[in-house]
Design a protein around this ligand. Structure first.
Ligand SMILES: [Zn+2]
Length: 371
């Protein structure tokens, strides 16, 4: 029997209205239903929580704009770790897979969890248009556009001068390998800066990529047609830029940057399960806040709701990260009380986790030099 379908209401004040009766006090919707968003038919393999569906829909729109492809129909989207494990692991494979995409055109389907969804949406949208391409470009693009969303931005640092197998070779690989992701994304970021994003996206839509069997000469020709020089020359130019860092996306919306000079830095939030900033599973999380410290500091980290935990991660430091605890990512487990933690003069993201799904307001304070 077909699972019941719910249409995602467009009224953002009342999301998941059908499943959750707009009560605002139910964290997660059941896993045995199909949720219809504007661009996706989401079949959750586990409960789907808070504003996750809205977030997926917003990501679908952003990705469509970024890679210059329209959603021609709703994509079949299997959501959750268990579905990923069932659907993406080939027989005999032992490697962990975070998600996968398969099929083409109207038969395209993807499987992903909260953390891999944006990456797989890039694959899904391209496959819907019959596009796959060499893994160096397809995985590079999925990483560049989709990686680490929705909780953070993508930072790409590669010492290109030290790379043994560069774009001129990797572009012709047929089998996926790990280096395609990181190096592909870095090369495409570099290429976008040199040629503009429009030109790179047009190149990645070139039909000669899709020849079966793959035709290495065609890829090289397409590169020359789109960019006017050959891949070997571009590879050398890319290497000469050495370890340029590329940041893609935002760590925090402007409103979520905290005042670093306040004596008491406050993150005040409310776990409202109908709100689009509450995401899960696993557990429930709020989108992060960010803090830029100009001086090293010892901060007393205190959250007033025992059931919540606090994740703090390093974004980057103007002078590079030093060694020692002040530069490590930090985790304050639920119920462990206030903790004094050292912070380097760096940018940090701060994310509140809600493993038990309690609703209501909270207040996190970071207090300087407690005496
Ligand atoms: Zn991928």
């Amino acid at each position: 029997m077909a699972a019941p379908t719910h249409r995602l209401p467009t009224n953002r004040g009342c999301l998941l209205a059908v499943a959750l009766a707009c009560s605002g006090d139910v964290a997660c919707a059941p896993s045995d239903e199909v949720f219809e968003t504007q661009q996706l038919d989401v079949r959750p393999g586990e409960e789907i929580c808070g504003g996750t569906l809205v977030s997926l829909d917003e990501e679908s729109s952003r990705i469509s704009q970024t890679i210059r492809l329209e959603w021609s129909s709703r994509l079949q989207f299997g959501f959750g770790e268990e579905l990923v494990a069932d659907e993406c692991m080939g027989a005999g494979e032992i490697e962990e897979v975070a998600g996968c995409a398969r099929g083409f055109g109207g038969d395209t389907e993807v499987f992903a969890d909260l953390f891999s969804s944006s990456h797989e949406l890039v694959h899904g949208l391209r496959r819907m248009h019959g596009l796959r391409g060499p893994p160096f470009f397809s995985e590079g693009l999925a990483e560049l556009v989709g990686s680490r969303r929705p909780f953070s931005a993508q930072v790409l640092v590669v010492d290109a001068s030290a790379v043994v197998r560069g774009p001129a070779e990797l572009a012709f690989d047929v089998e996926v390998s790990e280096e395609h992701y990181r190096l592909g994304a870095h090369f495409l970021a570099w290429l976008s800066d040199r040629e503009g994003e429009d030109a790179v996206m047009a190149f990645l839509r070139d039909p000669t990529f899709e020849l079966e069997p793959p035709e290495p000469v065609a890829v090289a020709d397409a590169f020359r047609v789109h960019f006017g020089d050959d891949l070997v020359a571009a590879d050398q130019q890319w290497r000469s830029t050495a370890s340029v860092r590329y940041d893609r996306g935002q760590w925090c919306a402007e409103d979520n940057w905290l005042d670093p000079d306040a004596t008491e830095i406050v993150v005040a939030g409310d776990f409202d399960f109908a709100a689009s900033d509450t995401l899960g599973p696993p557990g429930l999380h709020h989108l992060p806040s960010c803090l830029a410290l100009s001086e090293p500091a010892t901060l007393r980290v205190d959250i007033d709701v025992d059931e919540l935990d606090v994740n703090i991660g390093l974004i980057g430091c103007p002078d590079g990260a030093g060694t020692g605890a002040a530069f490590h990512d930090k985790f304050v487990e639920a119920g462990t009380g206030p903790q004094e933690l050292e912070f380097g003069a760096c940018q940090w993201w701060i994310r509140i986790g809600n493993p038990q799904g309690v609703s209501g307001p909270y207040r996190l304070t970071l207090t300087r030099d407690p005496m």
